[in-house]
Design a protein around this ligand. Structure first.
Ligand code: ASP
Length: 458
């Protein structure tokens, strides 16, 4: 049994929905379908979830929201008309929006979840109804009936373990099942959404719950590129990548698959494939527990994210002082700051965090570190991009670091720091923001040249 999830652009219009249904109906194993809310039909379009966000903002401010509501209804009306469906369902959608606004007016976080979840919910109802009318037995199953029980934390739902046994029962339902993505229900009966982009998470939860053989994640690209295709012309698509490689790449900006969606599938080692709704015949990229290491393709992917800050601390004989780093970290803890990396030397340590973590608190944090740790030098640098170069087994291969640093040197890029850490599968490079894009290009070209050389040597 497969679980197939279709992202916003795959279900943005009637013609896209027809493609989705052709994909679903052409394979009996594709039984459980998760859909997003209608996404963008063209680059200037607005996602339905963002339209719902505007409706939320108007209604929570107690302003006239009718035209915002109509824009949403109009998105579904377009689809319904093009599919020649009965327009009565639109009145139902309108009533649901009104009811939710009335019921949650005094509780903004609840109202937000109640409204934003409608995007996927309406789409799932509509698609199930249409597929049924085409003669394919299809049932809409709400996350409540599917058993997706989550924490009572608006916008940050976390699945509760007990959900999985109930989800298994979905296997008993005959025909196709369509479940809206992006939300679950708390034990108190509230709708709670996952973070944005969270329909991937719903798909992963269902795949784990029904013990699917494969989780197919359909989007508008034919897989995961080795590096940002906006930077690299004709960037290659990966054939396969492991869960842990994917985690490292998503951390620094790869966003094709939600990083929180990896956890449920990883637990049961269910393979995921990222496929293109517009080119379903393309093989896509497989995300698996393990894969074979290919010596001529050391680097799986390169991702790079801007917006980091580093605190640099220097203290003579730091290595001999018991508890020195703990004191620095406890200052960060007091200011509720989480950090991402901590490369260190014998007399210095650098602590890297996302800039938003420390914004507005810089002076206080530095003063406190100075007061508590008696440092020799202390500095802060907001001009930091983090590049992750990821590849299973690359640390076992001689010459990987050399290949990367030579490529960067050739492009005249200054490295602020390197951190290999305990992970066997990635290297982190700290660089200036202005160099970030060039660094990705340089390492990508360097790794392609290296792969070619290796092939010729064979
Ligand atoms: N519709 C939601 C969003 O735009 C969830 C999703 O599409 O995955 O964030």
């Amino acid at each position: 049994m497969k679980v197939a999830k279709f992202g916003g652009s795959s279900v943005a219009s009637a013609s896209q929905i027809q493609k989705v249904l052709n994909i679903i109906n052409s394979d009996d194993e594709r039984k459980i379908i998760v859909v997003s809310a209608p996404g963008k039909r063209h680059s200037e379009d607005i996602k339905t979830t963002d339209l719902l966000l505007r409706l939320y903002e108007k209604s929570v401010a107690k302003l006239d929201y009718q035209n915002k509501k109509e824009e949403i209804i109009e998105r579904y009306a377009d689809i319904i008309r093009d599919l020649n469906m009965d327009e009565n369902i639109l009145t139902e959608f309108d009533d649901i929006l009104e009811q939710r606004i009335k019921a949650n007016q005094s509780n903004p976080p609840r109202l937000k979840d109640a409204l934003l979840s409608c995007g996927e919910d309406f789409n799932a109802r509509l698609i199930a109804q249409y597929n049924n009318a085409q003669g394919v037995p299809t049932t809409y199953v709400s996350p409540l009936d599917a058993g997706i029980t989550v924490t009572n934390t608006p916008q940050f739902a976390q699945i509760l373990e007990e959900s999985y046994d109930k989800i298994y029962n979905l296997r008993k339902i005959e025909g196709k099942i369509i479940v809206p993505g992006f939300f679950g229900y708390s034990k108190q009966g509230n709708v709670v959404t996952f973070p944005r982009g969270g329909s991937d998470i719903t798909g992963a939860i269902l795949a784990r719950g029904v013990r699917a053989t494969l989780y197919e994640n359909f989007t508008d690209v034919s897989g995961i590129y080795r590096a940002n295709p906006n930077l690299i012309k004709n960037a290659e698509i990966m054939e396969e990548v492991t869960y842990s490689e994917m985690r490292e790449l998503s951390y620094a900006g790869f966003s094709v698959f939600h990083d929180e969606a990896l956890q449920p599938v990883q637990k049961e080692r269910i393979p995921v494939v990222i496929k293109n709704t517009n080119r379903p015949e393309d093989p896509g990229t497989f995300i698996r527990y393990d894969r074979e290491i290919k010596p001529d393709h050391l680097i799986t992917g390169i991702s790079c994210d801007k917006g980091f800050t580093v605190i640099n601390v220097r203290k003579y004989l730091m290595n001999r002082q018991v508890g020195f780093t703990r004191k620095i970290l406890s200052v960060l803890e007091d200011y509720n700051i989480s950090f991402d990396h901590m490369p260190s030397g014998i007399d210095n340590v650098s602590i890297i965090m996302r800039t938003h973590q420390i914004r507005g608190k810089e002076t206080k944090v530095l003063n406190e570190i100075r007061k508590q740790c008696d440092v020799d030098e202390l500095g802060i640098d907001n001009d930091l991009a983090v590049m992750m170069v990821v590849g299973l087994g690359m640390n076992q291969m001689v010459g990987t670091a050399n290949m990367i640093t030579s490529a960067l040197a050739k492009a005249n890029i200054n490295l602020k720091m390197i951190n290999q850490g305990a992970s066997e599968i990635s290297m982190m490079f700290g660089i200036s923001v202005k160099d970030a894009d060039d660094a990705v290009r340089a390492v990508y070209d360097g790794s392609c040249a290296h792969a070619k050389e290796n092939l010729q040597l064979k």
